[in-house]
Design a protein around this ligand. Structure first.
Ligand code: F6P
Length: 508
């Protein structure tokens, strides 16, 4: 499919002019004064959530120019190509169809794996002898299920403990194993490829621990979630739930990779999660661009990254359950859009993925918010607040929500104080999401929103958001270096790596 890269459009030139004329010095405080409807026009409902964009450095003119950019780049055709199953992941010649996993009218193959996986989840939930479920996986085979299990704690099956082991650092697995008994444990080996060093090392060690502790029934205590059933069989696992190469690793929590989550929240909860994501898919597919939330957010990202030059974006979920959301979003956004060449392999003359980072509020307020309020960089912030709490402790939730509102207001308004130590410049942009409740449907919609927003900016930048070649080189070098730690061989290494290897070497 031919595409027009954002910087080669006339809309790009118009945006640059708009930025030079009014964008650079845009003050959202002033914009509220001149436009009393600003909150209404720059906020919107989307499936399962509400978003307020009005504290950002945009107005109707900016949005209209950004929408012109989307149209000139034929964003709708790019989006439709994804939904239609075109091989838009061109460097791997693959379709990108995670949306199909949440469709209520999935093809037979998708529906049958989903049904089998959910039936298995229910079976484990009903098996009182299994008290501990250990998901062994990394990246997309860890972050999504882990983030969601923590977020949906309220819905978790009683009597089941969920553990997530990702790091090849044995301290993590050793710490988890220390609290387990083989007869009560189910290991889920989650790996799209079933070749990832970290996961294979942890899975082998878990198996060795299981057998050394007298465990025999691997079929009952190990399951594999993978597209590589042969490798799982070779490992000795007979219970395998598969998925397909058109599910990218960081888009895989909706597939069999979500089994730990399905065990935690049950088939009903998992189905609701998929339905929430599907509702957002439909919104993205059919809402007019001007009221299409993933589109508005993706365009805002381009405005900030390419015109304002903001280098990072902070995510502050005001809900303890969402504490792993920033880590999840780091992979989603930075592995997808951390690219420097376009689909033709040409070097881009503009910036792509910002650094995405964050911590739950209110903790972040007592750590890095100082820099957000008064630092020399402007960092657009994203607040996620949940109206209803899932606990009954008196007084906590209003304090939490008040803090979220207060921080967003303070960032916007600032405070004059002679430009000195107590001066807050204000006009610091933020977006505010409101969920009524952190339930499976709302979480599904929120994650799908982020997925599609990343798609939008990636599509306009003209990059392939669905490959991840940048992680390969380090993997190859690690393989080469590992035996050198015991042999001490530094041949061909750069002097720094050679010097460090000598210090870290484990000879004799
Ligand atoms: O880090 C690269 C990566 O391929 C991610 O994209 C992926 O989520 C992760 O490794 C794990 O891969 P796998 O599921 O194949 O073990």
């Amino acid at each position: 499919m031919s595409f027009l890269r954002c910087d080669r459009t006339s809309a790009w030139q118009r945006l640059q002019k708009h930025f030079d004329e009014t964008g650079r010095d845009f003050d959202a405080r002033h914009a509220f004064v001149v436009d009393p409807q600003r909150f209404d026009t720059l906020s919107q409902e989307a499936p399962h959530l509400f978003a307020d964009l009005s504290k950002n450095r945009i107005d109707a003119a900016t949005e209209s120019l950004l929408l012109g950019l989307a149209r000139e780049c034929d964003l709708e055709a790019r989006r439709d190509a994804m939904f239609a199953g075109d091989a838009i992941n061109t460097t791997e010649d693959r379709a990108v169809l995670h949306v199909r996993l949440r469709s209520p009218v999935a093809e037979l193959e998708v529906a049958s794996v989903r049904d089998a996986m959910l039936a298995y989840a229910e079976q484990i939930r009903g098996d009182t002898r299994i008290t501990d479920i250990v998901n062994i996986g990394i990246g997309g085979s860890d972050l999504g299920p882990q983030m969601a299990v923590l977020a949906l704690e309220e819905f978790r099956a009683i009597g089941k403990r969920l553990h997530f082991v990702s790091n090849v650092d044995g301290h993590e697995l050793a710490g988890v194993l220390a609290g387990l008994r083989p007869e009560n444990t189910l290991f889920l080996v989650s790996s799209k490829t079933f070749t990832t060093i970290e996961t294979m090392t942890n899975a082998q060690s878990a198996k060795a621990w299981f057998e050394a502790a007298g465990g025999r029934d691997i079929a009952r205590h190990f399951a594999a979630l993978t597209t590589n059933a042969e490798a799982a069989a070779e490992f000795g696992i007979t219970t395998t739930f598969g998925f397909w190469d058109w599910v990218g690793g960081r888009y895989s929590m909706w597939s069999a990779i979500g089994l730990s989550l399905a065990i935690a929240i049950g088939a009903k909860g998992f189905t609701e999660l998929l339905a929430g994501a599907h509702a957002m898919d439909e919104h993205f597919r059919s809402a007019p661009l001007a009221l299409n939330l993933p589109v508005r957010l993706g365009l805002l990202d381009i405005w900030y990254r390419n015109f304002h030059g903001f280098t990072s974006r902070c995510v502050a979920p005001y809900h303890q359950g969402l504490r792993r959301l920033p880590a999840y979003l780091q992979q989603l956004e930075m592995e997808s859009n951390g690219k420097r060449v376009d689909l033709d392999g040409d070097t881009l003359p503009f910036a792509t993925s910002p650094v995405v980072w964050g911590e739950p509020g209110t903790n972040g307020q007592h750590a890095f918010f100082q820099m957000l309020h008064q630092g020399s960089d402007v960092v657009p912030l994203e607040f996620i607040a949940v109206r209803d709490a899932a606990h009954e402790l008196n007084g906590h939730h209003p304090k939490l929500l008040a803090n979220a509102l207060a921080q967003a207001a303070a960032l916007l308004q600032g405070k004059s104080d002679d430009g000195g130590h107590r001066h807050f410049p204000g006009n610091r942009p933020s977006t505010f999401f409101v969920l009524e409740k952190l339930d499976p449907a709302a979480l599904g919609a929120l994650i799908a929103l982020y997925e599609h927003r990343v798609f939008v900016s990636g599509a306009l930048w003209g990059i392939n958001s669905f490959d991840q070649w940048g992680v390969e080189l380090g993997k190859v070098l690690a393989k080469d270096i590992e035996p050198r730690l015991s042999s001490g061989d530094t041949t061909g290494l750069d002097p720094s790596t050679a010097g460090l290897l000598s210090r870290l070497g484990q000879r004799g």
